[in-house]
Ligand binder design. Sequence first.
Ligand SMILES: Nc1ncnc2c1ncn2[C@@H]1O[C@H](COP(=O)(O)OP(=O)(O)O)[C@@H](O)[C@H]1O
Ligand SMILES: O=C(O)[C@@H](CO)OP(=O)(O)O
Ligand SMILES: [Mg+2]
Length: 415
Amino acid sequence: MKNLREDAFRIIKSSIDSVLPEKAIQQELENLSLEDNIHIVAIGKAAWRMAKAAKEFLKNKVKDGIVITKYGHSQGAIGGLQIYEAGHPIPDENTIKSTKKAIELVENLREDDVVLFLVSGGGSALFELPVEGVTLEDIKKVTDMLLKSGANIVEINTVRKHLSRVKGGNFAKLVEPAKIYSLVLSDVLGDRLDSIASGPAYPDSTTIKDVEKIIKKYDLQLSEKILQALKSETPKHLNNVETRIIGSVTKVCESAAKIAQHLGYNTIILTTTLDCEAKEAGSFLASIVREEKEKERPLNTPCAIILGGETVVHVRGKGKGGRNQELVLSAARGIKGYQEVLIASVGTDGTDGPTDAAGGIVDGETVNRLQSKGIDVENVLNDNDSYHALQSIDGLVITGPTGTNVNDLTFILCN
Ligand SMILES: Nc1ncnc2c1ncn2[C@@H]1O[C@H](COP(=O)(O)OP(=O)(O)O)[C@@H](O)[C@H]1O
Ligand SMILES: O=C(O)[C@@H](CO)OP(=O)(O)O
Ligand SMILES: [Mg+2]
């Protein structure tokens, strides 16, 4: 007899472990064989682990360096490197302060200097210096508006890049004439390098025209000052940058599939680019479960159906939650009453929305359990309050900050 819940936690733990950055960083550095005069700049939720791995490999070749990560994501000193924590998903004073320190570190470098730029998702909030005339308060307001608009990360970052002195290739310009080797953990579907952490060292493929379209599409109410600031263009060509992707959602899905197979499940990866509204994804997953339960399609049971991606949430309510928690709760409605099935969804960074949970896990009993506590799923979803609902029935997945960040892993286990 399978213990689906136990297996789900094993799949989550082992697949996230498989995308921790250490091994990939060291492999890349072996291939690069960098000389001395290396300056490390690491940004994003995985910055600390990435920098630590790089420093351990490069040792005294590293002249200096800086790590800028989210609060609670650093794990102590890394010989000689400056370590900062700052606000995410909304930037704060520490974002600006640490970004200035990073600029100080690179602005007077010479041609024979090398910046090892370690990039991971979260960098957009953690690495920011607004263009002339725009304040931190302005950036906070625009970020909040964008995050709640239902815009996807490529669209969100298209706007952010055009308000920044470091995003959209601008950081690479500040590093000139020194060279940048950029190692990137991708948390953007399709691995768009100009979108991951808003591509500080990658030529920007988005334009002012794209920004205008996004403002219209999401009916963003921006002040005249911001609209003016959004009229400056980002660099489209850079000569001093080499970039490599060292991890992505594909890898986490493949690992999950391997582990599930090992645990005795027939396994399929349905997609690595799930990107619709979280609630809709939940309904779709429930329909797959029904097909499995009624007709054993597409796989014979026991089976694991795996998806990777990043859904979006139009946050309209006042509750607490995240896209993974909302997805599974939505799915719970459609699998009500079924035995021997579960659906889990987690952010590989360990943080789903502004909560301390990585995601959620539901089964055929979830809706009834909530009902017996007087909680109505529809009300919860309307108020975007998935966190409290799942918390009340032991439906949260809590991992703490994982030190990596490669989008979200979602799967069905069916016996
Ligand atoms: N109460 C809520 N319920 C569901 N989703 C939410 C809620 N509040 C915020 N979110 C979603 O969480 C997203 C940010 O989540 P987070 O996991 O931190 O993203 P990322 O890992 O991509 O930085 C926002 O874009 C928003 O859509
Ligand atoms: O920094 C960012 O722009 C995004 C994508 O890379 O990351 P996150 O969604 O984790 O904030
Ligand atoms: Mg993201």
